[in-house]
Design a protein around this ligand. Structure first.
Ligand code: ZN
Length: 399
C-alpha cells in the first residue's frame, strides 16, 4: 500500500495533461518537485537525506559509510517522456527498502538510494551529466556554462535551485564508499516481452554518441526559385536522414535524427540552414565508427549534390560498458533463472561502472516503447522488479 502511495504521489509531477507525457528537465520547477518528493520519501522512511556537491539526492539506511550498497536512478525526463524511465528505479529503491524492513532484514552494510541529476540531457544537451560529473569525465566549468534553449546556463539554473555550482566535479568520497551499485530501470525495448519474463539482468550497454550537423544553404522564394537554382538545406537533411538509415541497416546498428531546427522555418521559403542531431549506437565501438563514417560520407555527397555545406561535430561519446561479471553472477544466483540482455540505451549505471562494480536490472515494458507517454509497466511486473531488487540488496548488504 505504501508502495502505491509513493508511486501515485510522483505520477502527477511534470505531467502534460494533453499528451500524458512528462517534462521533468534538470533544475526546472518539475524537477525540483521530484526532488522534494525524494526528500519526503526519505524522511517518511527515517532515512538519512543528503544533497551532494553535484546536486544528487541521497537517502541512507542507516548512515552513509564505507562498503555501501547503492541503488537508484534518475528523476528527469526527455521531452514528453514516459512515467517509468528513471522514476521506476528511484521508486523501486525506496519500495525495496520497505520490503526488506517488512522482512525484518538488518543490513550489515549501509544501503544508499541515489537520484542522479540530468541523466537525459534534455535541457543542456549532454546525457548522464550528473554521473559523468561524479566520475570526473566532464569538466564542471564547461558543464556549468552549457545553455538551455532560453540561454540559461546550467550554473544559473543550479544557483536558482539553491545549489552552488562550484561544488560540481569528481566526488572521490562518494565513489570510494560504494561497494556496489545496482540500477533498476524500465526496459526500453521488447526483449522481455519476447522472452516472456518480468525482470532481466543487463550484461552490457552498447557504445553510443551524439553528433551535431550544421547544414548551410541559401534562403530563397518558394514560388519563384527554380529547383535547379536552389541550395536547400532541408534537401540535404533528407539525404542524410535516409542515408543514415541505410548505413544503420548495412552495419546492423542504429541511427536516429530526432531533433531538427530549420531556419528561417517559413512555409514559403527555401530553408537556408538546418541544425540537426544524430544519435548513433552499435553493439561495439568499431561498428559505431563505421556507421558514423558512412553517414559522414553520405552527408558530404548530399551537400555536394545540393550545393550546400555540412559540418559534423561530435557532441558526446559513451564507450561500451560491460557490467561487473561477479556482481551479475551473484545477483543471478539470488534471482534464479532471469534472462541476461544487452541494451542500446545509455544509463548512469554505465558511467558509474567505470569505477564501481555495477549491475542493472530491467522491468518488462509490454509496449516496448520508451521516451514516449506509451512507455508502460504493469503493477505486477513493477512488484516483481521491487522484489528482485530487494533480494539483490539483501544479498549484497549481508556480508
Ligand atoms: Zn533512464
Amino acid at each position: 500500500m505504501l508502495m502505491n502511495e509513493l508511486w501515485e504521489s510522483l505520477v502527477p509531477i511534470g505531467r502534460d495533461e494533453r499528451t500524458g507525457g512528462y517534462r521533468r528537465f534538470a533544475w526546472t520547477r518539475a524537477d525540483l518537485a521530484c526532488r522534494e518528493w525524494f526528500r519526503s520519501a526519505a524522511l517518511e522512511r527515517s532515512l538519512q537525506f543528503a544533497v551532494d556537491g553535484n546536486g544528487y539526492l541521497w537517502a541512507w539506511w542507516d548512515e552513509p559509510g564505507a562498503g555501501a550498497v547503492v541503488t537508484g536512478s534518475h528523476l528527469d525526463s526527455v521531452p514528453d517522456g514516459g512515467a517509468f524511465d528513471g522514476a521506476l528505479g528511484v521508486f523501486s529503491a525506496f519500495a525495496a527498502i520497505d520490503l526488506l524492513r517488512e522482512r525484518s532484514f538488518t543490513p550489515s552494510r549501509p544501503i544508499g538510494v541515489v537520484a542522479f541529476v540530468d541523466e537525459e540531457g534534455a535541457r543542456f544537451g549532454i546525457p548522464c551529466t550528473g554521473s559523468r560529473l561524479l566520475t570526473g569525465s566532464l569538466d564542471p566549468r564547461r558543464i556549468g556554462q552549457l545553455r538551455d534553449a532560453d540561454g540559461v546556463t546550467m550554473a544559473e539554473a543550479m544557483t536558482a535551485a539553491g545549489i552552488d555550482p562550484a561544488g560540481m566535479g569528481r566526488d572521490r568520497e562518494a565513489l570510494a564508499r560504494m561497494h556496489a551499485f545496482v540500477e533498476l530501470h524500465i526496459e526500453q525495448g521488447r526483449a522481455l516481452v519476447d522472452r516472456d519474463a518480468p525482470v532481466a539482468l543487463a550484461t552490457s550497454i552498447w557504445p553510443h554518441g551524439r553528433w551535431r550537423l550544421d547544414i548551410q544553404g541559401e534562403a530563397n522564394h518558394a514560388g519563384t526559385t527554380h529547383l535547379d537554382d536552389r541550395r536547400d538545406a532541408v534537401m540535404t537533411l533528407s539525404g542524410i536522414v535516409a542515408g543514415a538509415r541505410d548505413a544503420a541497416v548495412a552495419t546492423v546498428a542504429l541511427a536516429t535524427v530526432g531533433r531538427v531546427a530549420v531556419e528561417p522555418n517559413g512555409t514559403n521559403t527555401v530553408a537556408s540552414c538546418v541544425h540537426a542531431w544524430l544519435d548513433a549506437r552499435a553493439p561495439d565501438g568499431e561498428t559505431l565508427m563505421r556507421l558514423v563514417e558512412r553517414i559522414e560520407s553520405t552527408a558530404r555527397r548530399s551537400a555536394a549534390q545540393d550545393r550546400t555545406t555540412v559540418t559534423i561535430s561530435q557532441e558526446s561519446y559513451s564507450a561500451p560498458v560491460e557490467f561487473d561479471p561477479s556482481l551479475l553472477d551473484r545477483i543471478q544466483r539470488v534471482l534464479g533463472d532471469v534472462p541476461a540482455i544487452s541494451t542500446g540505451a545509455g544509463h548512469d549505471a554505465g558511467v558509474v561502472a567505470a569505477e564501481v562494480p555495477t549491475a542493472m536490472m530491467f522491468v518488462r515494458n509490454p509496449t516496448g516503447i520508451s521516451h514516449s507517454p506509451a512507455e508502460f509497466a504493469t503493477e505486477e511486473d513493477c512488484a516483481a522488479g521491487v522484489d528482485a531488487l530487494a533480494s539483490a540488496l539483501e544479498s549484497l548488504a549481508s556480508d
